[in-house]
Design a protein around this ligand. Structure first.
Ligand code: GLC
Length: 581
């Protein structure tokens, strides 16, 4: 072949490759479309409760595999899978005993590979949960570490030798006594665990630990996964001299635990070692204590992460309710803080929250469907990447257990033990848990009206919500006006209008206590979203000129499109208009 022809062919190949967005990265070479994670609609699957294939009462990977067409039918573009690694399951997989193996309850690596393949075949990306603030105490590293003070793995974790006296108090989120230091008699020392005693914190100050984590990430990235959600990552860096914190610090523990020490250094190292070499997105759980913290995590110039998710929004809903003005204020402030630089995550629930409709909407039969749809409209029309929790697309509700024997979550169970030990008010505790416990969001996915909602043929690991005969995917699929079909419509709307992803956000009618209205604008296109957050008809600001506008979607049939009649929204009504430009 002559040289000119050869160089032409090379150039031509490069051009085609760049047109199709192929990137060459480390060992991995795969299709990338730049900011896909900004345009993504992320569907979170809690594997334990999604679909049980083998009849042992626990959801599994084969179960998810059997539902890929359902997932595809939603229109979502990525799946975030809660941890599926080997784990003794103290915290449902957030206590990993082997980061390169699949939890036996969930299946095998072959099942994982088929899942990844099946998702990719359908154009859906896969985001893995990376739990590396801590491991399980059954991980080989910890077994070594606790075996002697001179073991090479000793410094993989944080130890405080008992002859130094008691370590300065650290608060634990899940410990029965609220104490993050556990005494271990084998070596007469205390180890640190911000979560349960079976979740010892890894020592990120040790470069060997970081190298191990980066290797684990490469292992999964080489398999072809598309992203990592970094669990509890804001807590990884610690001042290992463990200075005393002021009395009562635990009431604001985030100020003392989040974004400490060398965290940015570790993230930049992770970027160099992993993110720069693979086409994977990254999102951290937790965004620190200020907009600056959040910006520093996601500023693309700093080469750390793509996104972080903050809790300000999701934390607003309390058992007694929440104020819409406050809600608007939080989301508006977060939007404006990221208007020019950085990117947001938008969510109202996940596996750590009670159900979205029970917390932010109204799960009584009269309003459940409309309020779920209204909340979904909010999530899908805000700037930022939407994260949507499985089951919310059906409008699944809190189960509200009244017996402690029904709960499975280590957080609730340990908090109950704490109440018992300290003579707390158990009645009050149970009432509180019924509305806030994470188990509310973890009951089995409601597939159909057959026994156990079609989740399992065995005994489910946690009770199925008895309302499954009325609320399930099969019946909602058939009903064009169901919550499920509304979800599909709004997802498709977001995906066909880049303005809903990238458009400038502007709050309207700020002081309206019932209706949340905002504009989303790109040059040449304007969208208006109006959401009634309450159970009574509510007036929208007067005088907004809707002439020439098109009602793209509403959660009420025959929603009023006549001009001049847009000043009242029905209970939990949501409308999305395309305005005359
Ligand atoms: C994160 C997870 C949560 C888990 C905790 C400890 O907050 O989302 O489910 O219990 O970390 O890993």
């Amino acid at each position: 072949m002559n040289i000119r022809l050869a160089s032409f062919l090379i150039l031509f190949t490069l051009l085609i490759a760049s047109l199709f967005g192929y990137t060459q990265a480390g060992n991995s070479s795969k299709r990338s479309s730049g900011n896909w994670w900004k345009e993504a609609v992320i569907y979170q699957i809690y594997p334990r409760s999604f679909k049980d294939y083998d009849g042992d009462g626990i959801g599994d990977l084969k179960g998810i595999n059997s539902k890929l067409d359902y997932i595809k039918s939603l229109g979502v573009t990525a799946v975030w899978l809660n941890p599926v690694y080997s784990s003794p399951n103290t915290d449902n997989g957030y206590d990993v005993s082997d980061y390169r193996k699949i939890m036996s309850d969930f299946g095998t690596m072959d099942d994982f590979d088929s899942l990844l393949h099946g998702l990719h075949e359908r154009g859906i990306k896969l985001i893995m949960d990376l739990v590396v603030n801590h491991s399980s105490d059954e991980h080989a590293w910890f077994l070594q570490s606790r075996s002697s003070r001179t073991n090479p793995y000793r410094n993989y974790y944080h130890w405080w030798d008992a002859e130094r006296g008691k370590p300065p108090y650290r608060y634990s989120l899940f410990d029965v006594d609220g104490n993050a230091w556990a005494y271990d008699s084998t070596t007469n020392a205390y180890y640190l665990h911000y979560f349960s005693r079976k979740q010892p914190d890894l020592n990120w100050e040790n470069p060997k630990v970081r190298a191990e984590v980066f290797d684990i990430m490469k292992y999964w990235a080489d398999k072809g996964i598309d992203g990592f959600r970094l669990d509890a990552f804001q807590f990884v860096a610690k001042d290992t001299s463990f200075p005393a914190f002021p009395k009562g610090f635990e009431k604001h523990f985030n100020l003392y635990y989040a974004m400490q020490g060398n965290i940015h250094h570790y993230l930049q190292e992770m970027y160099r070692e992993v993110f720069a070499k693979y086409d994977v997105m990254s999102v951290a759980e937790g965004a620190g204590n200020s907009f600056k913290d959040a910006h520093d995590l996601v500023d693309s110039q700093r080469h750390e992460l793509n996104m972080a998710y903050a809790f300000d929004g999701v934390d607003l809903a309390k058992p007694g309710g929440y104020s819409l003005l406050h809600f608007k204020d939080v989301f508006t402030r977060w939007d404006s803080a990221f208007e020019k630089n950085g990117w947001l995550s938008i969510f109202l629930s996940n596996h750590d929250q009670a159900r979205m409709v029970s917390r932010f909407g109204n799960d009584s039969p009269a309003f459940r469907a409309h309020s779920s749809e209204m909340l979904t409209t909010f999530i899908m029309t805000m700037r930022g990447t939407p994260y949507f929790y499985n089951g919310d697309e059906l409008g699944m509700t809190n189960i509200r257990f009244d017996s402690i024997g029904d709960y499975r979550d280590v957080q609730t169970l340990n908090a109950y033990q704490h109440e018992l030990k300290t003579g707390g008010n158990l009645k009050k505790f149970m009432t509180f848990q019924a509305s806030v416990s994470r188990d509310n969001g973890r009951t089995p996915f409601q597939w159909d009206s057959s026994p156990n909602a079609g989740f399992t043929t065995g005994t489910p690991w946690i009770k199925v919500n008895p309302n499954y005969k009325a609320i399930n995917a099969e019946s909602e699929d058939k009903d064009p006006n169901s919550v499920l079909n509304y979800f599909r419509k709004i997802v498709s709307l977001r995906r066909t209008h880049p303005a809903l992803v990238y458009g400038k956000y502007k709050l309207l009618d700020r002081n309206n206590t019932h209706v949340y209205s905002y504009l989303r604008t790109v040059p040449g296109e304007r969208f208006l979203v109006m959401l009634n957050f309450g159970p009574v008809p509510a007036s929208v600001f007067p005088g907004f000129d809707l002439r020439g506008s098109t009602l793209l979607l509403s959660n009420y049939e025959n929603s009023d499109t006549k001009r001049g009649k847009t000043n009242v929204l029905r209970p939990y009504e949501a409308r999305v208009y395309k305005l005359r430009s």
